[in-house]
Design a protein. Structure first.
Length: 193
């Protein structure tokens, strides 16, 4: 089975994440998309994150109606901070019959050279790259790699930061979240402060 790994803190998961994941599930050769909830991204401040189990629960709620999109807590069980190369090794050991690819925005592709053991990732895994509006052009040699697959997905310029700020400011952000995720956030009074 070909599995696309869509990593994120999903703080919270929003319709932009679902649009990209569903597009890949429907319009690529990937059999499943795993939404990998990252406990602690080495490039983000941990203090801004909701507890891991809350973010995972929101991913469960957001994806339960999509048969090809699955939540994953695989990184919860690994040493922190999490590095993608370590997660990939763990997944290959746990699921030797699966083929794992990465899903990332063009902005992340541009910083791939800063990732731990990025050469190993690029050598062993395909990377599906979705477009972003304000993204610098990636290195030509990187784009030319047979492992890089640029996809014609809808461009979604929506961020979890924008949503968190909107909630804090009392704005109606319900259209930006799946209804069950909005209810979960509202019920638990998340992002109000």
């Amino acid at each position: 089975m070909k599995v696309g790994l869509y990593f994120g803190t999903f703080n919270p998961i929003h319709v932009g994440h679902l649009i990209v994941a569903n597009h890949l599930a429907e319009h690529s050769d990937l059999d499943q998309i795993w939404m990998v909830v990252t406990p602690h991204n080495p490039h983000k401040k941990k203090s801004t994150l909701l507890d891991d189990h809350h973010r995972l629960q929101m991913v469960h709620l957001a994806t339960e109606d999509y048969s090809s999109i699955k939540p994953s807590d695989i990184e919860f069980k690994l040493p922190q901070p999490n590095y993608t190369v370590n997660t990939l090794v763990h997944l290959l050991e746990k699921y030797p019959m699966h083929e794992f690819s990465l899903i990332m925005g063009e902005d992340n592709l541009n910083s791939l050279h800063k990732w731990k053991n990025h050469e190993v990732i690029l050598e062993n895994h395909d990377i599906y790259v979705y477009p972003r509006i304000n993204s610098a052009v990636a290195d030509e040699a990187l784009i030319a790699s047979p492992k890089i697959h640029r996809i014609e997905a809808p461009i979604i310029e929506l961020s979890s930061t924008f949503i968190r700020n909107g909630i804090k400011e009392g704005k109606n952000i319900k259209p930006l979240l799946s209804p069950k995720v909005w209810e979960y956030i509202d019920h638990n009074l998340f992002y109000k402060k």
